[in-house]
Design a protein around this ligand. Structure first.
Ligand SMILES: [Zn+2]
Length: 108
């Protein structure tokens, strides 16, 4: 990550808007550090949390979107694989190029 508080990230080819807001509340009303919506392409981060936690939260929410946009989420839903090692291997093969891209050039 080259920018401290990026406003956008490209994840699996989709531009994701990143908003730094005063508070973040999950659908069930629980306050949280961050939230993401892969369908609508946004991440919200509580701007009042400490910098170190903010970076973890940012990465956490980007991974949620990466899991969805890469097809890994759908793979899990459709998977008939029973062996966790086989599933793990497949998941890693799907995610590796996306993670590589995310680390190198995703932030704009
Ligand atoms: Zn989460």
């Amino acid at each position: 990550m080259t920018k401290k508080h990026p406003k956008h990230a490209i994840i699996c080819g989709s531009t994701i808007d990143i908003f730094y807001v005063d508070s973040v509340v999950a659908d069930d009303g629980t306050p949280c550090n961050g939230l993401s919506d892969s369908d609508n392409g946004w991440i919200k981060i509580d701007k009042n949390i400490p910098e170190g936690i903010l970076q973890d939260t940012f990465l956490h929410e980007m991974l949620h979107i990466l899991i969805c946009n890469s097809g890994a989420y759908q793979l899990f839903l459709n998977s008939k694989i029973k062996d966790v090692d086989d599933f793990s291997e497949l998941l890693i093969r799907i995610l590796t190029p996306h993670l590589k891209s995310l680390m190198k050039e995703a932030l704009i």
